[in-house]
Design a protein. Structure first.
Length: 266
């Protein structure tokens, strides 16, 4: 398979590295297109693939075209691609908020897959929700899924409108965890720890809690109850969280992210 990635920021580069690492594409068959001169120069030094800074007719030679630019840059990109795609290529978009119909219209191209990864893909530990236009063969979709799984895990979503929910839940999700970790570390510093020690406690707690969620045969409420003994310290903290409406704030935040994703698609 020959793959072209248009836009090689963090996510585009993460995809490129994962594909090469798992031998899903040879470096000589991986085209990295990056307009930013400084980033283009850095990519050339990394030698992750064939690096260019313009879109040319050579893109017709690639089986899969990955759109990894910012959503606001898509219309310019579509103009650059005008007349340069052929009908059998698969276009995989990881742009937030831009729906399949809009991509098909602006590119005048039928076979489009839309995906929403998240930044842990940079470590091969991401989660990606993806959906597709009609008419793409099962074989080709399987190849796309295999590529996405190189960056972690993937889940096929039948209803494209749910990709906005994926964006809010997992696409933006890492930032929510960082926000909570930061709040815990800052509080640990107020309690008297230096930042490094507080961060070490919080990171390991987060890591261990993840593994319990993943391996313990208990639901989330049961896991909470296992820590929060009656009249104890955890219960005191949870009481404040509930009184201040933390759970409701989290819900409202995620719904706001989903709403913004829908706005971007218009």
């Amino acid at each position: 398979m020959k793959i072209a990635i248009l836009g090689c920021g963090n996510m585009g580069l993460a995809f490129a590295r994962s594909f090469v690492q798992y031998d899903l594409v040879k470096k000589e068959n991986l085209l990295l297109i990056e307009k930013n001169e400084e980033r283009c120069s850095s990519l050339t030094k990394l030698k992750e693939g064939v690096v260019v800074n313009v879109i040319s007719d050579q893109i017709k030679n690639y089986d899969l075209i990955i759109l990894a630019v910012k959503p606001q840059d898509f219309e310019t990109l579509a103009n650059d691609l005008d007349g340069k795609l052929h009908g059998e290529q698969i276009v995989l978009s990881i742009m937030a908020g831009i729906n399949i119909q809009k991509i098909q219209t602006l590119l005048n191209h039928k076979y489009v897959v839309r995906a929403m990864p998240n930044t842990p893909a940079m470590l091969g530990m991401g989660i990606t929700g993806f959906t597709s236009a009609e008419g793409i063969s099962i074989g080709k979709l399987f190849k796309v899924e295999n590529l996405l799984n190189a960056t972690g895990r993937s889940i096929y979503i039948e209803d494209e409108s749910m990709i906005d929910a994926v964006t809010a839940l997992s696409g933006s999700g890492p930032a929510y965890f960082y926000y909570f970790v930061k709040s815990m570390v800052e509080t640990g510093k107020q309690m008297g720890f230096d930042e490094g020690t507080a961060l070490q406690f919080v990171k390991q707690t987060m890591l261990g809690s993840y593994h319990l969620i993943n391996n313990a045969e208990l639901g989330l409420d049961e896991l909470i109850s296992a820590v929060a003994s009656k009249g104890g310290t955890t219960e005191a903290a949870l009481k404040v969280f509930n009184e201040r409406g933390l759970g409701e704030s989290i819900k409202e935040g995620l719904l706001a992210a989903e709403k913004r994703a829908k706005e971007l698609s218009k």
